[in-house]
Design a protein around this ligand. Structure first.
Ligand code: SF4
Ligand code: SF4
Length: 136
């Protein structure tokens, strides 16, 4: 099921947060982007380290308040390889949606519950447990 995003209206609100990933997810992302887009992501250019109470992770860098992968047309340059947290948006926790997304309240219940189930199953346990991240 596809979401009917009106990016002219929301300006890709979801891409104004930075997605936090494990080291393995970063390695897979780099490999997938190389394969699908023939783009070589230099880790230090695109990602920064982030510390939490339970470990060290990586976050996609932001430029002027938006994800480094968002293009001028407010579209993701690595859409087919985007992090799972991006795929699951507007679900932002096991049982929470981000109300700043204009379609968050309009999604069919079965779609929302599917996204929440995936959040519970696919997001790294330590990342789920973190309350705050410290960018380093
Ligand atoms: S998920 Fe929400 S915020 Fe993101 S592009 Fe779609 S409508 Fe906009
Ligand atoms: S990786 Fe793509 S989908 Fe995820 S926040 Fe960045 S631009 Fe948006």
């Amino acid at each position: 099921m596809k979401m009917n995003c009106d990016i002219e209206n929301c300006k890709s609100r979801c891409c104004h947060n930075c997605a936090v990933l494990t080291e393995d997810e970063i390695s897979n992302l780099i490999l997938n982007v190389r394969k699908k887009y023939t783009i070589e992501l230099e880790p230090r250019k695109f990602f920064k380290k982030v510390k939490g109470e339970f470990g060290t992770y990586y976050a996609i860098k932001m430029i002027k308040g938006q994800c480094i992968f968002l293009n001028k047309e407010n579209r993701c340059r690595i859409y087919l390889c985007r992090p799972t947290l991006c795929e699951l948006y507007p679900v932002i926790d096991i049982d929470m949606v981000d109300k700043r997304c204009p379609i968050a309240n309009m999604l069919p219940p079965e779609m929302l519950s599917g996204l929440k189930r995936r959040y519970a199953q696919e997001i790294d346990g330590n990342i789920k447990a973190e309350q705050t991240f410290l960018f380093v």
